[in-house]
Write a protein that binds this ligand. Sequence first.
Ligand SMILES: Nc1nc2c([nH]c(=O)n2[C@H]2C[C@H](O)[C@@H](COP(=O)(O)OP(=O)(O)OP(=O)(O)O)O2)c(=O)[nH]1
Ligand SMILES: [Mg+2]
Length: 135
Amino acid sequence: MNPPHKIIGVGVIWNDTGKILIDRRLPQGAMGGLWEFPGGKVEPGETVEDCIKREIQEELGIEIEVGDCLITIDHTYTHLQVTLTVHHCRYLAGVPQPIECDEVRWVSLDELETFDFPEANTQIIAALKQSSKFL
Ligand SMILES: Nc1nc2c([nH]c(=O)n2[C@H]2C[C@H](O)[C@@H](COP(=O)(O)OP(=O)(O)OP(=O)(O)O)O2)c(=O)[nH]1
Ligand SMILES: [Mg+2]
């Protein structure tokens, strides 16, 4: 039997000093304690862009603008298959609050590699580094 499949909208949120917002998942549950880019499950009838905007408002209490898609990744974990659709986002307003996570941080692209992320994120970080070469 294949594990269940979730479609996830994920935001790489940039502020105007070029830092990226990451959050630490709660210690309990799947991938507990790992860092991630904010996001969550796409609800029925919702676009990925709407999902990212909603999740980030719910989880962090901030306003963002959702931009271009960076990458889409299909990844199979032991108990779960995920499709992560990752968009660049622009921070607009509000102070990020750890509403549904343990901690939030603004970090540089270089610092990203020093945090522990889920396995699928290796590809997101590689894509970010690749795309930033041309900035
Ligand atoms: N938001 C986010 N999720 C990620 C990343 N990398 C990664 O593998 N995931 C996985 C972990 C989760 O299984 C899923 C995120 O969906 P979610 O946050 O709604 O799922 P969850 O398991 O925490 O919540 P739930 O099903 O209990 O409602 O995608 C990432 O960078 N950001
Ligand atoms: Mg989530």
